[in-house]
Ligand binder design. Structure first.
Ligand code: B3K
Ligand code: ZN
Length: 874
């Protein structure tokens, strides 16, 4: 396999003006007929008419004609990757018939079958598994699609745009023709054929047009669509209000499928969703699932403008649509729920996952320079860090400036395939700002580090902050140029009051850090305590020598909600890492009473809302703690964290019980912010209580399990029973697991939670348990959701067991990765992730992980897996 490079980008020699497709869906194979109208790209100079190279994989070429004349075998070249034709004029029409086998397509890319239904996934390069085409995002065409299929088996036949014709054929088949009036690249093409039911609603757009909204699902899921429909309507409204963006077709459709590699796909007018990202009812989906569905429905809907109307020139520009759209969905969620809580959750995720990626063998800038397989670049860096980069632009130009910039961007580039440079240029032009240094965020990988020091000049009454920036080397980038980093800060006086920072009395200012080292000076009549990187104004790490007293002070006084939480995190990390060192040195363990007191204060703080208390009570994850160590000691991290959890429970038992009891009230389920916060805090309190060696806590969890009328409470009770320290928990947990499995046997997504809940628990979820569950009738070894819930659940969510020194879990993962790669390369190259971090472990584990990786390397690998394995071993 070879790499392709951004620097090699060239426009295509031909454009495709119109694309007419017809699909005859069959049980043995599907016949695809394509009629394409080509036009020479006259912005390029050509000595003679260039060859036309169409890409296509895994298909049988039945016939090919140009301008009505059927070509004989010597008039074209075809191999396993392409079809090459020699055009005779600048404008011409091809007519190509191919045969494909969707029912044998296990890659879940192109046209495939999920259950009994036909569906597609074309982004990034799946369309080439459907027919020969210029499968690249800068080729935008008007699509007309006819779908023909058996009327009983496939009563619903969908594609992009508006249905323009329906007809019954006399052989028991029927056909529907769809036309999409908007030009689009092939990656946004979609087709669905199946026995589906739908719910319907309407939305009246800001200009008064009525749009039909439909969510299609298999009949047994029809009661699980209402939440997603509400989300869709809320997002349509929000995009009108916040970005002035209106929907543009007569109908918007969502289809749920069980076999899907990613979360969802923004195909024009016909979004296809992983069923986990759309189906929810209070009794079968958690609050977290409800929130995730809301965010993903919004995200895919927002792509209609940021991605579809304005798309990417090439796949190196992926963050153009993904970073921007993640930023848009994050703001939507912040507006719908709690802004601070959303920020905390996003930053926590970024730090524990994207920072890890940025420090690993696959590190890449948000606009990568090269790739072997683009599917490997749908990453946390392109998405989440990409969104942080857009957020920084937002904070540099301000809300209004950002809206001016986005209006200009959409206006200037509607119907075009563009680059991240174009996006930044629109922001610059609309605001008269210079973002040239800022653009390094697009080309340099790695997480920058800010080393902050300060001094106070009593006589001059001046306080100075000195910030030094640096960025570690990443593969292919040994040194970095300084970034333009917006650093939002505030200063607190001795009473904890915010100090005015400028003439206008503002108490938060954004410092523009552009140099390797810069000093910022403020008037201050006493020595202040700095609150740094408020709201996490840039995706960087900040080092400042806070004492534990400072952190506790900030926890209760900082006016920035995010930093109150962050100070709590820093304090916990500080204490936990000290305990890790104690464990390693064989010292006796004791939790700093200051930490326990700080948690006591959080638990008693009437000024904090419940959602904030819940966030603050959650200790940093083991993954996040692992990032603090040069050589990761999973056992010590786990032990330290469990020790602190037990100590918190012990110290605040009464208060935790009180909180639990006050929130454990029976009321009708609502996925509203206050209700969600109540359930969350209640279940966190319970999770501490079951850390006590105390039968009463098990009884609480057992009673909650028995009484729960919503999935949030039910699964939390189940997981707390599994995790309970007291002996009596075991039998109750087994009983509850059995009841749960019986009740939900027919709900595949609930069963996935049942799988992952078991294997993520450090005592319960052994490798033997994982193997046992893989044989459960509710498991399916090919299905990505199931593989993620069991295999990734265990390998990424149960670090002590996965990294057991025997190395048997490494071997297990290697076996699974090899098995899956033959079926579904995208899934394999994601599953392998935990092994790619081998360099961070002790020598013994390093060797074992390396051996597993090398064994994988020796197989005949897909491009996807080849790229990840070879980069990890480099
Ligand atoms: N754009 C799709 C991702 C497609 C992934 C292809 N391997 C979902 C999204 O980001 O909205
Ligand atoms: Zn997206």
């Amino acid at each position: 396999p070879r790499a392709i490079y951004l620097k090699d980008y060239q426009q295509p020699d031909y454009w495709i003006e119109t694309t007419a497709l017809s699909f005859e869906l069959g049980e043995e194979s599907t016949l695809v007929t394509s009629t394409l109208n080509f036009k020479l790209n006259d912005t390029k100079t050509h000595a003679q008419l260039p060859e036309l190279t169409l890409v296509g994989e895994n298909m049988e070429l039945v016939s090919v004609a140009i301008d009505g004349a059927v070509l004989s075998g010597d008039q074209y070249k075809v191999d396993s990757e392409q079809l090459v034709l020699q055009p005779q004029s600048e404008a011409f029409e091809t007519y190509i018939v191919t045969r494909i086998k969707p029912q044998e397509n296990t890659s879940l890319e192109g046209l495939y079958k999920s259950g009994g239904m036909f569906c597609t996934q074309c982004e990034a390069e799946g369309f080439r598994k459907i027919t020969y085409y210029l499968d690249r995002p800068d080729v935008m065409s008007i699509f007309t699609t006819t779908v023909i299929g058996d009327k009983d088996k496939y009563p619903v036949l969908l594609s992009n745009g508006n249905a323009i014709e329906r007809k019954d054929l006399d052989d028991g088949r029927h056909m529907v023709t769809w036309n999409d009036p908007f030009k689009k690249p092939a990656y946004l093409f979609a087709l669905v054929g199946g026995n589906l039911e739908f719910i319907e609603d309407t939305f009246t757009t800001m200009s008064g047009r009525e749009v039909t909204l439909r969510i299609f699902v298999e009949p047994h899921n029809i009661t699980k669509c209402d939440h997603a429909m509400r989300s869709l309507k809320k997002s349509m409204k929000w995009d009108e209000e916040v970005y002035g963006r209106e929907y543009d077709l007569d109908i918007f459709m969502i289809v749920a499928v069980d076999d899907f590699n990613m979360g969802a796909m923004e195909n024009k007018g016909l979004n296809i969703f992983n069923s986990t990202c759309v189906l929810a009812r209070p009794d079968n989906a958690t609050d977290a699932a409800h929130e995730r569905i809301d965010a993903i429905v919004a995200h895919e809907y927002f792509h209609n403008w940021s991605g579809n109307r304005v798309t990417c020139r090439d796949w190196f520009q992926l963050s153009l649509k993904e970073g921007f759209t993640v930023f848009r969905d994050a703001e939507y969620t912040a507006d719908m729920y709690s802004r601070t809580v959303k920020r905390i959750q996003d930053v926590n995720f970024l730090r524990s996952a994207q920072f890890v990626e940025d420090a690993g063998p696959m590190a890449h800038p948000i606009r990568p320079e090269s790739f072997i397989e683009i599917s490997n670049f749908y990453t946390l860096t392109v998405y989440e860090k990409g969104a942080e980069v857009v957020r920084m632009i937002h904070s540099i130009v301000g809300s209004e400036g950002f809206r001016k910039g986005s209006d200009l961007y959409f206006d200037r580039h509607d119907g075009q395939a563009v680059t991240t440079e174009d996006f930044v240029a629109a922001m610059e032009d609309a605001n008269g700002v210079d973002l040239s240094q800022f653009k390094r965020w697009y080309s340099q990988a790695g997480t920058p580090v800010l080393d902050v020091s300060d001094s106070y000049d009593e006589d001059a009454q001046e306080y100075s902050l000195t910030i030094k920036q640096s960025c570690p080397a990443t593969p292919g980038q040994d040194t970095k140029l300084p970034f333009h980093i917006p650093v939002a800060i505030g200063l607190l006086d001795g009473e904890g009051e915010p100090m005015p920072l400028n003439g206008e009395g503002e108490t938060t200012v954004v410092l523009d850090l552009k140099e390797p080292e810069q000093t910022f000076t403020f008037k201050a009549d006493e020595r202040p305590l700095p609150s740094l990187l408020r709201g996490f104004s840039a995706p960087v790490k900040v080092n400042y020598d806070y004492s534990r007293e400072d952190l506790i002070f900030l926890m209760s006084h900082d006016e920035d909600g995010f930093n109150r939480w962050d100070s709590c995190q820093r304090l916990a990390i500080n204490v936990l890492m000290e305990l890790v060192a104690d464990i390693q040195a064989g010292r006796e363990l004791a939790v700093d009473p200051q930490l326990l007191a700080a948690y006591g204060k959080v638990l008693a703080d009437e000024s904090l809302d419940l959602a904030m208390i819940a966030e603050m009570l959650l200790l940093p994850s083991e993954t996040l703690l692992a990032e603090q160590m040069d050589v990761i000691d999973v056992d010590a991290i786990h032990q330290a964290r469990e020790f602190v959890r037990g100590a918190i429970a012990e110290a605040h038992k009464e208060r935790l019980q009180q909180i639990y009891n006050s929130l454990n009230v029976d009321k009708p389920y609502q996925a509203e912010p206050e209700d969600i916060a109540e359930r969350r805090l209640k279940n966190i309190a319970l999770s501490y209580l079951v850390e006590l060696d105390d039968a009463a806590s098990v009884e609480l969890a057992q009673a909650q399990f028995a009484a729960a009328s919503n999935m949030t409470d039910s699964i939390a009770a189940l997981s707390n029973l599994i995790g309970a320290v007291h002996e009596s928990g075991k039998a109750v947990a087994e009983q509850a697991l059995a009841e749960f499995a019986e009740k939900w046997a027919d709900d595949t997504n609930v069963m996935n939670m049942w799988f992952s809940t078991q294997v993520t628990d450090s005592r319960f979820g052994t490798l033997a348990k994982v193997r046992e569950l893989m044989e459960h009738p509710g498991f399916d070894k090919k299905n990505p959701n199931k593989m993620r819930s069991l295999v990734s659940g265990y390998c990424s969510g149960n670090l002590v067991n996965f990294h057991n020194i025997s190395g048997e879990s490494y071997e297990f993962l290697a076996d699974e990765v090899i098995r899956i790669d033959a079926l579904n390369p995208q899934l394999a190259s994601r599953l392998i992730n935990p092994l790619t971090r081998w360099k961070r472990y002790d020598e013994k584990r390093r060797e074992l992980m390396l051996a597993a990786l090398k064994r994988i390397q020796q197989q005949d690998l897909s491009k996807d897996l080849f790229e990840v394995v070879s980069k990890s071993l480099a």
